[in-house]
Design a protein around this ligand. Sequence first.
Ligand SMILES: Nc1nc2c(ncn2[C@@H]2O[C@H](COP(=O)(O)OP(=O)(O)O)[C@@H](O)[C@H]2O)c(=O)[nH]1
Ligand SMILES: [Mg+2]
Length: 290
Amino acid sequence: MFGKIWQGLNKTRETFGRAIDAVFRDKKEAAKTIEELEETLILADIGVSTVEKLLKDLMKEDEPKKALVRRIREILLSAKKSSEYVEKPHIHIFVGVNGAGKTTTIGKIAKKRRDSGEKGIIAACDTFRAAASEQLEIWAERSGTEIVKQMEGADPAAVAFDAVSKAKAKNYDFCLIDTAGRLHTKHNLMEELQKISRVTSKAFPTAPHEISLVLDATTGQNGLNQAKEFVSKIKVTDLILTKLDGTAKGGIALSIVDELKIPISYVGVGEKVDDLVPFSPEEYAEGLFE
Ligand SMILES: Nc1nc2c(ncn2[C@@H]2O[C@H](COP(=O)(O)OP(=O)(O)O)[C@@H](O)[C@H]2O)c(=O)[nH]1
Ligand SMILES: [Mg+2]
């Protein structure tokens, strides 16, 4: 029970979980209870339509609190990942705004895959600033993964093409593609990301097999709006919610899944290499409450 997701939700549980518990403990009349729950959920950055779903006829349930946890779990389970790809190399692109945690997450995933005996390449397609590929290089070393990079300002799509071609030629298991969260103003980020995606399929026709949108949990509803922008332009297959450990806004996961209809695959619960855990709707729903 007390796994890494539960720990990552410590701050959320201390505020959100406690506030919900307090509402139920007071045992007021049903209408008042619903009103207070509504307020608490909205304050926790959960969107109005999701709140309505959670609370509809809740007090008619035998055990309202248990029913609420169940409804939360059901929402988190409602978006399912489409079939897993078994194709090799597995071409995996990571997108998201600056600072969301893309580079760190790639490092963590590279390490996991290396530890399970796989070989692969990391593509440094954030050519916006030199520091980006230096940071990625550290992660590549740490995980024992090859890296493909070019000079600052190079064409990100060219880096992606090179990396995918190499991964294919060497019969590797994976290719993780890091991207920029912003570009020099004359370029359009979404177009650039679309181009990277297209180019991978030129090197390997079934690619990309996965496009993960990395979201910073601490940004709440604002992050959700940014996510909508990405999802409207790019074929995002799953979400990775980072920095859960640093926020009391863990409830945002509900809104994200409910509104975007895209499943969460991993959550980030710290800066260290082991602080990335596969998402579990059950553990998440339980972890919100004491
Ligand atoms: N506490 C915490 N920090 C994280 C997590 N994921 C990333 N970070 C930190 O967030 C900052 C930005 O991460 P980075 O990977 O560079 O973001 P990028 O711009 O999307 O590549 C770095 O300082 C990371 O160490 C997480 O799950 N928890
Ligand atoms: Mg980065």
